[in-house]
Design a protein around this ligand. Structure first.
Ligand SMILES: NC(=O)c1ccc[n+]([C@@H]2O[C@H](COP(=O)([O-])OP(=O)(O)OC[C@H]3O[C@@H](n4cnc5c(N)ncnc54)[C@H](OP(=O)(O)O)[C@@H]3O)[C@@H](O)[C@H]2O)c1
Length: 223
């Protein structure tokens, strides 16, 4: 089993932590307000969960999920993440989560900002396409006929393999889209990013499973 650190423990962080604990992993949660503010979610998650500072969560994780508003990326601790596998869930959403001057000025994607901030860290983009409420709805055991695939991207093949194994344990198939640059094919606004949304109800409707074949067809549309 794996210890997963969380930088950010909000909607996506909380939902992923729940799946991780259910799969038998340990989780170390952190946020901007400090461990005291995480007592309630830690109590809900049970004995496999603990709260910590961001530096402690980064150091504790065999893998670390970075799941914060992009505007806060400079506050991610750098030193403890060196040599580690980091899962990047980030989408840029200035209206809801605040603008980032360098993105506004140049359109640089958030994964490049994160990669520049975290040298020597093996960043894998994953779970940026799943609405947080849909994560528990879509998780299935391995081999289930309606199991969903989630796209991943990154430069480092062993890191992607480690993240794919984690994703499998959480109830999804990982679909490797390629290098980090290829994550543009599942960026916000692309067909693949809408894979699990029911066209009639969108976010309000129950999630719609999407297989690897479904995902491949949607990713193709962004070429
Ligand atoms: N919501 C979704 O369905 C969804 C889906 C896919 C991808 N995403 C992406 O995933 C990321 C997280 O989204 P979310 O919806 O989970 O956001 P959220 O509910 O607002 O949670 C954000 C978390 O980040 C923490 N945080 C903020 N600034 C921080 C800092 N400087 N250091 C450490 N932690 C910090 C917050 O802690 P405090 O509360 O203490 O400030 C909170 O725990 C975003 O980039 C979003 O675009 C979201």
């Amino acid at each position: 089993m794996t210890t997963i650190g969380f930088i950010g423990s909000g909607r996506i962080g909380g939902a992923l932590a729940q799946l991780a604990v259910a799969a038998g992993h340990d989780v170390v949660l952190s946020n901007s307000r400090g461990p005291q503010s995480l007592q309630e979610i830690v109590a809900q998650l049970g004995s496999r969960a603990q709260a910590a500072s961001t530096t402690e969560a980064a150091a504790a994780g065999d893998m670390v999920v970075v799941t914060i508003p992009v505007r806060a990326y400079r506050q991610i601790p750098v030193a403890p993440l060196r040599g580690r596998v980091v899962i990047d869930t980030l989408n840029y959403d200035p209206a809801r989560q605040g603008a980032v001057p360098e993105i506004e000025a140049s359109g640089i994607p958030p994964h490049l900002l994160l990669q520049a901030h975290l040298p020597d860290t093996y960043v894998v983009k994953a779970f940026s396409t799943v609405f947080f409420q849909h994560l528990p709805q879509l998780a299935r055991p391995a081999g289930a006929p309606d199991r969903s695939a989630v796209p991943i991207a990154g430069e480092h093949v062993p890191a992607k393999a480690a993240v794919a194994a984690l994703i499998d344990s959480l109830g999804f198939d990982a679909y490797d889209v390629g290098t980090m640059a290829e994550s543009r094919r599942f960026a916000p606004g692309t067909p693949a990013q809408l894979a699990y949304l029911h066209p009639d109800g969108m976010f309000a409707a129950p999630a719609r499973p999407a297989s690897a074949a479904d995902l491949a067809a949607l990713l193709e549309k962004a070429n």
